[in-house]
Design a protein around this ligand. Structure first.
Ligand SMILES: [Zn+2]
Length: 148
């Protein structure tokens, strides 16, 4: 889908360096102590716009596809279980903190993705990660390792 990008965004950059897709502006509420101040504004890329605006914002800038791929792919549970087992190994056998193990896996995934698609993909990947916050946690499936 080709998203509409205003001519006003041409030549502008997001804080991440990507070309701007939208400009966002702070609302000055009635109880703000400084009523006459200019609201803060910022040009943002499509990925960061999608992150702060959620699914409707993502659709408006053509950023919905990555989340759909993640949630709709029938191989997702298999990849999910394999990755969870990898994290369990790092925690139980190597003695890593869960947070450290997860960060290591995330870094490997990020490096793998950017070697394939470039640094701009990292914004999309961040959108996928943060979108997980609005989804139910998957149920843990006990590993069948043949020892039972
Ligand atoms: Zn950005």
């Amino acid at each position: 889908m080709d998203a509409f990008i205003s001519g006003c965004c041409k030549g502008e950059r997001c804080f991440c360096g990507e070309p701007a897709a939208r400009k966002v502006e702070e609302v000055i509420f009635d109880d703000d102590p400084i009523q006459h101040r200019h609201p803060l504004t910022r040009y943002v890329c499509a990925g960061h716009f999608a992150q702060i605006m959620g699914p409707a914002g993502a659709r408006s800038v053509g950023q919905e596809d990555t989340v759909e791929i993640v949630t709709g792919d029938p191989r997702f549970p298999m990849v999910c279980n394999e990755t969870a087992e990898l994290i369990e190994v790092a925690v139980e056998r190597l003695g890593l903190d869960v947070g450290v193990a997860v960060c290591l896996v995330a870094q490997v995934a990020a490096d793998y993705a950017r070697s394939e698609y470039g640094n701009a993909y990292l914004v999309k990947l961040a959108g996928v990660v943060t979108a997980r916050g609005s989804m139910p946690l998957p149920e843990a499936v006990p590993a069948s390792d043949g020892e039972g």
